[in-house]
Design a binder for this molecule. Sequence first.
Ligand code: ATP
Ligand code: MG
Length: 713
Amino acid sequence: GHNNPPDYLKGLNPEQRQAVETTEGPVLVLAGAGTGKTRVLTTRIAHILSQGLAFPSQILAVTFTNKAAREMKQRVGILVGEAVEGMPWLGTFHSIGVKLLRRHAELAGLRSDFTILDTDDVIPLGAAPFAQMIDGWKNKGLGPDEIPEGDARAFANGRPADHAERLRLRRPVAAPDPHLRQHHDVLAEYHRKFKYILVDEYQDTNTAQYMWLRLLAQRPKQPSSPRSRGEDAGRQMRGGANVSEASSRPSPGPADHPLPVNGERERNLVNICCVGDDDQSIYGWRGAEVDNILRFEKDFPGATVIRLERNYRSTAHILGAAAHLIAHNEGRLGKTLFTDRPDPEDPKVNVHAAWDSDEEARAVGETIEAYQRDRHKLNDMAILVRASFQMRSFEDRFIEIGLNYRVIGGPRFYERQEIRDAMAFFRVVAQGADDLAFERIVNVPKRGLGDATIRQIHDTARALRRRTEAEAARRLREVAANFARWQSLLDTTPHTELAETILEESGYTDMWKNDRSADAPGRLENLKELIRSMEESESLRAFLEHVALVMDAEQNEGLDAVSIMTLHSAKGLEFETVFLPGWEEGLGTAAAYVGLTRAKKNLHLWFVSNRRIHGLWQSTIPSRFLDELPEAHVEVQEGGGSNYGGYVNPYGGAGRQNPYGASRFDSLGSPSGGFAGRGDQKGGAAGQERGQGGAFSNSYATPGWARAQQNRT
Ligand code: ATP
Ligand code: MG
């Protein structure tokens, strides 16, 4: 009742409560990080259930990750005060899509036990350019009939025999709509079924996912006359036409408002609630389109738009830094964030410099241990990296010092496919009789298939099948000769050089260079990182032993452990203490913003001044975001570089001196010593040398950095 709100509503602010209690009609919650969007969604489900508005099976709820889905189920359970028996339609777009498709496999011309192929499975066919094309169609939600003609021709000309089948298996996963929209009866069934639709991280839905949502959420128009009924409904359901219609004119008034198809539904409004933050959009990361946010009000006329502005997660310093970061973003929908809990005791955002990534890992490790000594739980700490290659130095270091960690949302560095492949090559060379390793790479890259066009692949595949044993033996001899040559270099060639040679000459590096899938560049980066990291070991054998040791380490399930993950998998999560390494040139605004806003209280940003590429040190350019962070919220930590003394007090505050002095930009372009010329003093007493120079002095002296500066001012 009104006078006595249920417990789950207590503690919500008025806007949050409105978002929870407006159960009828479309609702869009547009709000910054940490304002309680996910909490609103969870509470909304609890509210719907406890008010008896729907059964759990009538709620469709889309989350960003499976982890988020599990957590949401759990939290709803706690709010409702009982275990939520089966929320069968709570999951990611992917998992819900698969489930729908499985139920209606026959409509899509599939068997219900179809397997899902990921890009990984298709690529080895050598069809990389086609896989990329397919991804493009998939992201745009194009059905088989809507594929651009040029694409279709190219595809038809070079399509391998079983590729059509694979395509059919692949593309519906992200977008089952083409099948649904051709089957009105099935669609109507879902319209009746899903009384409430909820979507988290709405800004990241791509066009296909958006079309799919709209298909499930929008009721067909009332036909103008019985004769044209089927036609009209069909056109409406095909989606495309409706988008342009809706966007080319102002929101329809009541007159042309779509009417219900039958008495069962009273109006076109559907109970859909989407929550999102355009500033966290991964647009550009993966084909998501922030336009979907803008389209919402057009496609769902009469939507209630709610803004949440109070942040419950982070300190004023963290919010100040985050707000500043995105303030210059163009085309944002514009949101404010505030906290009413500014606390003078709150630590500022810490910025640290490190000489290279190994030193960065060492320094982060020390800082974590300092927190630990101060009774902070490892579970409350996370290291968020831009790309998976950055995990390597942390994993190595943490194993070395016995610090529990777990990698979330993906494999550990040495468990990645490309790393395992490379290691298999190295093992065969260094350890000879390693049958398992040999089996793994004897046909990697697919020998004879590498550079062929798709048609050639098809022909080659047929030819391969007919190949005589003598032919196979010849190929095997070829491979063996390669390995013999590499083995002969073992004692004479530096091991990192040898490792590079192996990956080049085997065609393995080229295999990924020719691969057009979205994750190929990341894999190449990982391989480079692998080679780089070998410099730490004395020999190939020593390196293999080192990796074996790291691989033996436990995943620390259920133990107190630091989390390591990419910024991408950190969406929606929060941690007391967050470390953001690798703040160098190339970091995107959205990723930086997501990173900053994961932290509740302690935030440490790091940048590395140097990278060793092919045995040579090269200066890197710190991310311009570091420079833009408002001084009032930032503390530049001395003791970056290799000066461990600087980590005694990782919390900033008293005793810290700000090397920027009155203006940290004064030192710009002045090569005041700092790291300069320290190449031979890595890890030694070098740290003491600097200090007066200022943490960034070396980087400021680099031409690139100075240029970047001048461009901005
Ligand atoms: P993100 O954009 O990062 O996904 P979000 O908007 O989804 O953030 P939530 O994760 O829902 O934010 O909430 C952030 C934190 O604030 C959580 O710890 C949540 O429990 C807390 N919180 C949200 N609303 C309230 C409230 N009304 N009172 C107290 N704490 C709240
Ligand atoms: Mg959230």
